[in-house]
Design a protein around this ligand. Structure first.
Ligand SMILES: NC(=O)c1ccc[n+]([C@@H]2O[C@H](COP(=O)([O-])OP(=O)(O)OC[C@H]3O[C@@H](n4cnc5c(N)ncnc54)[C@H](OP(=O)(O)O)[C@@H]3O)[C@@H](O)[C@H]2O)c1
Length: 292
């Protein structure tokens, strides 16, 4: 069984981890830092971000880690954060996520789970693409979920103004994550860029993803009983981010092992359409993914 002890020496590389103020993002940042990466943790809440950074520094003395502000529910914040990243970027872990919740909208008017989980990360990845392509072989890891298999993308109802359900909104956002990760690999392959894009499913993990509420109460109770600890939930991301055996386009689940995504996550027409709509909605255009 693969463990984080197998992570190679990452000295000289830089990693950005979104949503590193809690949950799975913290052990992800910790293990990358422990193995020598310069780690940029992002947080929407500065206090939670500082606390997570202190936890990483305490567990990995001498690690090079810092925390910067990033709110994926606001494209101005995404742009402001991306502007702070300079030099080659070897690793981007699109980990942050909002779990099932009543319908809300982001600063830009997007349904929040789609806006944060998918569109925010889509825009971030596009804005950081020049930095990723400046690295010799960068990786983008996008944290999806097995819940993606229950998702459906209705291009006539992307705002979910009709028929909103908190769990279907979550599944849809996770399907979008997986469609994006696979399509990014297709596009990198088409232009010969040395970029790997993978998606992951952490497995049911004891985190704060399900906020307390009447509808989520039974799921939270189940989670407390059967969920794995956060350090294990980070393993699929860590494997996808660092293993020499990982391949672009793979979907890595608990174990870590390679999972087969739902066929709808591999639908090329839907992926291409989602990409176009995501570019139009965010105003972030990837262009050709080519190394110069
Ligand atoms: N836990 C599971 O069983 C499970 C299963 C499958 C997939 N996943 C996926 O795993 C990833 C990590 O989730 P988790 O379980 O670790 O949940 P979590 O404990 O709630 O952590 C989520 C992280 O995302 C951040 N975040 C939320 N909204 C954000 C926003 N608007 N802008 C920037 N950051 C934001 C949170 O910040 P705050 O600290 O400010 O809240 C937190 O750092 C998610 O993508 C989730 O969908 C989790």
């Amino acid at each position: 069984m693969w463990t984080p002890d197998e992570i190679p020496d990452l000295t000289g590389s830089t990693a950005v981890i979104t949503g590193a103020s809690g949950g799975i993002g913290v052990p992800t940042a910790l293990e990358l830092a422990r193995h020598g990466a310069r780690v940029v943790m992002t947080a929407r809440d500065p206090d939670r971000g500082r606390a997570a950074l202190e936890a990483v520094r305490a567990a990995a003395p001498g690690a090079t880690a810092e925390v910067r502000a990033l709110d994926l529910a606001d494209l101005r914040s995404v742009r402001a954060f991306a502007d702070t990243v300079d030099g080659p970027l070897e690793l981007l872990v699109n980990n942050a996520g909002m779990g099932p919740m009543s319908r809300r909208t982001t600063a830009d008017g997007f349904e929040t789970q789609f806006g944060v989980n998918h569109l925010g990360h889509f825009a971030l990845t596009g804005l950081l693409m020049p930095r990723l392509l400046a690295a010799s072989a960068a990786r983008v890891v996008t944290v999806s979920s097995d819940a993606h298999s229950l998702g459906a993308i209705d291009f006539e109802n992307l705002g979910l103004e009709r028929g909103y359900g908190m769990f279907s909104a979550y599944s849809r956002s996770k399907l979008a994550n997986l469609l994006f990760a696979v399509e990014l690999q297709r596009r990198a392959d088409a232009s010969g860029a040395a970029l790997l894009s993978l998606a992951t499913h952490p497995g049911m993990t004891a985190t704060g993803i399900l906020k307390p509420g009447a509808l989520t109460r039974p799921f939270n109770a189940l989670m407390r009983l059967v969920a794995q600890p956060v350090a294990k939930g980070a393993r699929p991301s860590l494997y996808a981010a660092t293993s020499p055996e990982a391949r672009g386009g793979q979907y890595i689940g608990p174990g870590p092992k390679v999972l087969r995504p739902s066929p709808k996550a591999l639908d090329e027409a839907v992926a291409a359409r989602l990409w176009e709509r995501s570019e139009a909605l965010t105003g972030v255009r990837f262009g050709e993914i080519r190394q110069h």
